[in-house]
Design a protein around this ligand. Structure first.
Ligand code: NAP
Length: 301
């Protein structure tokens, strides 16, 4: 039995692992996709303290290396359920593996929000994508669209403008929510066009995406694109843990300042936690707070 299992290997989970190991606890981090989490989708991170500029993949690797260096263990598994026992928690994985710990930190982050347009799911991988860093190279020399107005959409549009023939940045408002510096960089790109006050209402193409129908200021218009990158934020994925948590109306896990959930010994950290600011820095901060609170809980058992 481990002292602490951390579910989710993004910045929150890996920071928690480093802190708990340095407090002398045995730690297992379980991640279902890629260690580093959502940040591995960011081409360039320029707002994490200590790094003027670093790719998300490299930052994720460094966070993992740091936790491993401190002696944390790691497993690539998908957690399907947790159970409360007399001595702590059992963590059940899709492979059939079961791990046990006296305390848990949920740092499961959030998954991309879908547009909700008809045929969106059907065209995923055939023109519709949620990760420009992962899939952008497939659209070299082709026209694409990015939908969204936050930093993710702005960064995706910048990245795609380096290789795609044309990038349409579609946003439902007249101004962007993301950083002005990124907007200015996009304004200087000749192959980037903003389509503001617009919504995607339909996806065109049979087996592959060939275009979009937009509604802009009450009028309908078509755009010819081969790729659509949806970057309209994220939503938490806490379905496997709902019996142990209190969720806010948007589905995020409520907790105290110490990241403790309503279940003793179960802590939440990072983007899956109900809070106002979701940034790399606040995810890392949550990881530290949750780990120290979990260590305090373990010491008092
Ligand atoms: P976000 O900031 O929540 O922005 C989501 C955008 O999508 C908003 O502009 C929103 O429009 C739009 N949107 C939401 N639902 C929509 C819908 N159904 N249809 C059309 N548009 C919709 O999400 P994000 O860009 O993924 O960023 C998440 C957080 O990560 C932010 O705090 C961001 O600063 C941070 N981030 C940081 C970095 C970095 O540090 N390098 C990189 C990427 C992201 P409205 O504006 O109208 O609400």
């Amino acid at each position: 039995m481990y002292d602490l299992i951390i579910i989710g290997g993004g910045p929150a989970g890996l920071t928690a692992a480093t802190y708990a190991r340095r407090a002398g606890k045995s730690v297992l981090v379980i991640e279902k996709n890629a260690f580093g989490g959502q940040i591995t989708w960011s081409p360039r991170v320029e707002n994490f303290p200590g790094f003027v500029s670093i790719s998300g993949v490299e930052l994720g690797d460094k966070l993992l290396e740091q936790a491993m260096e401190q002696g944390a263990e790691a497993e690539l598994e998908e957690v399907t359920a947790i159970e409360r026992g007399a001595e702590g928690f059992a963590v059940r994985c899709e492979s059939g593996a079961v791990f046990e710990a006296r305390a848990l930190i949920l740092a499961t982050g959030a998954k991309p929000r879908m547009l909700g347009v008809e045929r969106e799911e059907e065209l995923v991988g055939s023109g519709v994508g949620y990760c420009a860093v992962c899939d952008g190279a497939f659209y070299k020399g082709k026209p694409v669209a990015v939908c969204g107005g936050g930093n993710s959409a702005l960064q995706d549009a910048l990245l795609l403008s380096e290789s795609c023939s044309q990038v349409w940045l579609i946003h439902r408002r007249s101004s962007f929510r993301g950083e002005q510096k990124l907007v200015e960089a996009l304004e200087k790109k000749e192959n980037v066009r903003f389509v503001l006050d617009a919504r995607v209402t339909a996806l065109l193409g049979e087996e592959e995406l060939s275009g979009l129908v937009l509604e802009q200021n009450g009028a309908s218009k078509e755009l010819t694109v081969e790729g659509l990158f949806v970057a309209i934020g994220h939503q938490p994925d806490l379905g496997a843990f709902v019996d142990f948590l209190k969720l806010d109306p948007a589905g995020y896990a409520a907790s105290g300042e110490d990241c403790l959930s309503p279940t003793p010994g179960l802590f939440v950290a990072g983007d899956c936690r109900a809070k106002h600011v979701r940034q790399l820095t606040t995810a890392a901060a949550d990881g530290a707070v949750a780990a120290l609170a979990a260590c305090d809980y373990l010491d008092r058992l």
